[in-house]
Design a protein around this ligand. Structure first.
Ligand code: SAM
Ligand code: DTB
Ligand code: SF4
Length: 365
């Protein structure tokens, strides 16, 4: 395998600073977030009777979050296709025969226009994705300008640009980027069966650079890539044992795109499609093990029944992507989401996420 990610892994500081300042209740609660879950414990959660698992997840959910509010995020592909990586799920890889055309990085003003539309449509966060292995330093000035412009509109910003070097993470932090999305996507073991152009440790290294730069972390993955229950255990275990839980955890259901390795695999063996109940179980276990995190019901909603989505919300999912397009794949769309929210009595989240609110409660040194 050709592995050329940047830099070595650096030691983590495991919330020491917060622990020292733990005189406020909220902060004490934060330091008590468990990051020592074992795989056996997580497997045992997956094994619970479904109704018991959902009851536990819903109980944790309402302890830490307003249970009927769902965060609305909008996604925009600011640089599409032509990616040199060989991720088996992705329509934007040059190795896929998906028909997605490669574009250049969008013009700053065009991005800002789309952000303004997202804000008008009630979105809280604007997430921007680029089909890069990693940004080049010459891309950074435009990226920085985009982050500043979107922030100035009063939207939260999130970017997903591939692997970062520490100095790039620092540039994004300086620009005021709120979140960086970088998914671990599966268990360490299954990862190398899906991607050969980088390894799992590269993902962890970038997450470490992002965390150290002071940017909130958004990291999750894809369920339904042909992985086993054990892989789903390993996936949640990796996230829940990071030195600090990601503030956002997107759980995507694989969108099977024709021409990608995994899309073709599913077309050939439809029975390999993830079972809805198993998907909901994954959401529930993520909620229980990472109580404060926003768990985002991400890709795949378009082909999910209302009942399955409702179970995901009951299991603790509290964030979605709005609009009729993800990066290249279709999304549920505002009309059907509006109808679903009305049917379920859900409303858009207002205010700060619990993990961030807790952080801002840390007294200044
Ligand atoms: N190139 C960057 C990277 O890979 O980190 C950012 C963009 S990449 C498209 C962001 C994430 O989208 C992936 O990590 C994966 O979780 C998700 N994704 C991509 N294709 C998908 C698909 N067909 N179904 C579900 N999720 C997908
Ligand atoms: C994430 O976890 N899901 C989003 C976002 N992060 C960037 C991407 C989903 C992509 C779905 C496939 C596509 O649109 O091409
Ligand atoms: Fe490239 Fe990201 Fe797609 Fe992988 S997931 S091929 S890195 S755009």
């Amino acid at each position: 395998m050709d592995v050329r990610c940047f830099g070595g892994k650096q030691p983590t500081d495991r919330l020491t600073i917060l622990a020292i300042k733990s005189d406020k209740n909220e902060i004490t609660k934060m330091t008590q977030m468990r990051t020592d879950w074992t795989r056996a414990e997580i497997a045992a959660l997956f094994d619970l009777p479904f109704t018991e698992l959902l009851f536990q997840a819903a109980s944790v959910h309402r302890e830490y979050h307003p249970p009927t509010q769902v965060q609305l995020c909008t996604l925009l592909s600011i640089k599409t296709g032509g990616c040199p990586e060989d991720c088996g799920y992705c329509s934007q890889s040059v190795h896929a025969d998906s028909g997605v055309e490669a574009t250049k990085l969008m013009d700053v003003q065009a991005v800002l226009q789309r952000a303004a539309q997202a804000k008008d449509a009630g979105s809280q966060r604007f997430c921007m994705g680029a089909a890069w292995r990693n940004p080049k330093d010459r891309d950074m000035p435009a990226i920085v300008e985009i982050v500043k412009g979107v922030r100035d509109m009063g939207l939260e910003t999130c970017m997903t640009l591939g692997m970062l070097e520490p100095h790039q993470a620092a540039q994004l932090a300086e620009a005021g980027l709120d979140y960086y999305n970088h998914n671990i996507d599966s268990s360490p073991e299954y990862y190398e069966r899906v991607i050969s152009t980088r390894d799992f440790q590269c993902r962890l290294d970038t997450l470490d650079h992002v965390r150290k730069a002071g940017i909130n972390v958004c990291s999750g993955g894809i369920v339904g890539m042909g992985e086993t229950r054990e892989d789903r255990v390993g996936f949640v275990h990796t996230l829940a044992t990071l030195p600090q839980h990601p503030e956002s955890v997107p759980v995507n259901a694989l969108v099977p795109v024709k021409g990608t390795v995994l899309g073709n695999m599913l077309a050939d063996t439809p029975l390999a499609k993830i079972d809805d109940i198993e998907f909901v179980r994954t959401v529930a276990v993520a909620r229980i093990t990472m109580p404060r995190s926003m768990v985002r019901l991400s890709a795949g909603r378009e082909s999910m029944s209302e009942a399955t989505q409702a179970l995901c919300f009951l299991a603790g999912a509290n964030s979605i992507f709005t609009g009729d397009k993800l990066l290249t794949a279709p999304n549920a769309g505002d009309d059907s989401d509006g109808a679903l929210f009305a049917k379920l009595g859900l409303t858009a989240l207002k205010g700060e996420e619990p993990a961030r609110a807790c952080k801002s409660a840390v007294p200044a040194e």
